[in-house]
Design a protein around this ligand. Structure first.
Ligand SMILES: [Zn+2]
Ligand SMILES: [Zn+2]
Length: 232
């Protein structure tokens, strides 16, 4: 049995920033995860890094959990969920980071579920001229794309090197474009070469096509998080 759907054991850890629920093994962590930043040391930070107020007994300093910089209470008062760092509760963040984390909330609340529910595509492997109708979804542990049709594939997200979303209805402002497909390039373990897989939204079922477009938009966002997690 593959590890694709295994429920990874998790443990509760306490960091200076708060409680985190993390996988027992680092290899089981989400490909969209971020490491906690190191905190700027107190002695390097006599003033708020946003409004320049000097810290003293009354004006206390706080560290933003997302960027690790020092701020006064006024500039770092928002508590926002930060699932990418596995925090159990919302955590204190500076205004800039809070905005980014709030935008990611939509990914975690909606788009991640869209990806896990799956959508139907014609899938073409490599240079083959045959395509197969398959349901494509993200595994519950966020680490695999699982494809089911007559064949079955599991692509580990960390092995994906590029994701290209194909669109139609191009306008100069990008207004009415709709995602109609995707080209994935990924490494098969044990092989050095990249394998290519093309996904095309089904033309035959109009309702599925809309679902496929929503799924592809979610995949587009997931790709941005994935690249960001790799670059950290
Ligand atoms: Zn401040
Ligand atoms: Zn911050």
């Amino acid at each position: 049995m593959s590890g694709c759907e295994a429920r990874d054991a998790k443990k509760l850890v306490r960091s200076p920033s708060g409680l985190r629920m993390v996988p027992e093994h680092r290899s089981a962590r989400s490909p969209f995860g971020l490491d906690e930043p190191p905190w700027v040391p107190d002695k390097e930070c006599p003033r708020c890094m946003q409004c320049d107020t000097k810290f003293d007994f009354i004006t206390r300093k706080h560290h933003c959990r997302r960027c690790g910089k020092c701020f006064c209470d006024k500039c770092c008062s928002k508590k926002v969920p930060l699932p990418r760092m596995c925090f159990v509760d919302p955590v204190r963040q500076c205004a800039e980071c809070a905005l980014i984390s709030q935008k990611e909330t939509e990914f975690y609340d909606k788009q991640l579920k869209v990806l896990m529910n799956g959508a139907t595509f014609f899938v073409t492997l490599g240079t083959s001229d045959k395509s197969e109708l398959m349901v494509c979804r993200l595994s519950n542990n966020q680490r695999y794309l699982v494809l089911d049709g007559d064949s079955h594939y599991e692509i580990e997200i960390v092995q994906i090197s590029t994701v290209q979303i194909l669109t139609e209805g191009f306008t100069p402002g990008g207004g009415n474009t709709r995602a109609i497909g995707m080209i994935l390039q990924y490494k098969v373990p044990g092989s050095e070469e990249l394998t290519q897989m093309k996904f095309t939204a089904s033309e035959d079922f109009s309702c599925n096509k809309k679902l496929s477009a929503t799924w592809l938009a979610a995949m587009h966002k997931a790709t941005k998080l994935l690249y960001e997690s790799r670059d950290q």
